[in-house]
Design a protein around this ligand. Structure first.
Ligand code: NAD
Length: 261
């Protein structure tokens, strides 16, 4: 799928991985809405990207993805502004073992909400033209770090939900490809939070294990994650795929055994 002229909505797109993805989409001549709760970084990023890519290509909507009504409104405003919707990237995520119920809401419940809203605007079931959804998981779903139990659970959840929805899309002829992306450690503000008691609660005592893993596996740049994301966006053969991005193996895919019981 060529990205030129397509319309994308990216949650958590004001900084970090989301911002790199937004920039790459704009470079490829897409129109983009950033949905993020951080007004300062959202507006600051918009000003910079408008200078680089011209005004009228990027919208910023301040929204907490946990607020279902506000998220629904953000999807509708995107379609009202740009005419249609083709690409949805459910990327907003936090690292907070202390307030783990909030983390489940942001990292998993909001990804589910974002996927269902995306289908309302893109699925053939709703008389729409099809499109693509990418849900951001993490290598945490495979590495099992001792200081991120609930974060790990949410990222497992994102993979399971995404794979089943990809099957539902085929069975239901939605015309929407649905894939998951699992980055390794990425150099963003989120990575700094693993040292803080405010984020990690009682698991902060395992922070040296985490640092050891970071040194062992290395830290990626957000622009490289955006490169993998673009492959998921553009490769029309991918549905239900679980892309992993690591320093040692680069962009690659998890393979699953055929199901047997
Ligand atoms: P980040 O903290 O740099 O950026 C996250 C963005 O999401 C911020 O702009 C923040 O304001 C926004 N956000 C957070 N909660 C929100 C909410 N409730 N509503 C709306 N916006 C909200 O983080 P990042 O590293 O860029 O992470 C992006 C995604 O990638 C997350 O899902 C994260 O779990 C995942 N991830 C990150 C890493 C890493 O090492 N950085 C590794 C694997 C996966």
């Amino acid at each position: 799928m060529a990205v030129n002229g397509k319309v994308a909505l990216v949650t958590g797109g004001a900084q970090g991985i989301g911002r790199a993805v937004v920039r790459t989409l704009l470079q490829n001549s897409a129109k983009v809405t950033v949905v993020d709760m951080n007004k300062d970084s959202g507006e600051g990023s918009k000003t910079e990207l408008d200078k680089e890519f011209g005004e009228g290509n990027l919208a910023f909507i301040q929204c907490d993805v946990r607020d279902g009504a506000a998220l629904r409104d953000a999807f509708q405003k995107t379609v009202d502004k740009f005419g249609h919707l083709d690409i949805v990237i459910n990327n907003a995520g936090i690292n907070n073992e202390k307030n783990w119920e909030k983390m489940i809401e942001v990292n998993l419940t909001s990804v589910i909400k974002g996927t269902y809203l995306a289908l309302e605007h893109m699925s053939k079931e709703h008389g729409k033209q099809g499109g693509t959804i990418i849900n951001v998981s993490s290598m945490a779903a495979f590495l099992h770090s001792p200081h991120q139990p609930v974060y790990t659970a949410t990222k497992h959840g994102v993979i399971g939900f995404t794979r089943v929805m990809a099957d539902a899309s085929i069975r239901g002829d939605y015309g929407v490809r649905i894939n998951a992306l699992c980055p390794g450690f990425v150099d963003t503000p989120l990575l700094q939070s693993v040292e803080l008691e405010d984020n990690m609660g009682k698991f902060v005592k395992f922070k040296d294990d985490f640092k050891h893993s970071m040194n062992k596996f290395g830290v990626l740049q957000p622009s490289f994650i955006a490169e993998g994301m673009m492959r998921l966006v553009t490769d029309s053969g991918l549905n239900g795929a679980v892309m992993k991005i690591t320093c040692s193996k680069g962009i690659h895919f998890h393979t699953y055994e055929p199901m047997s019981v």
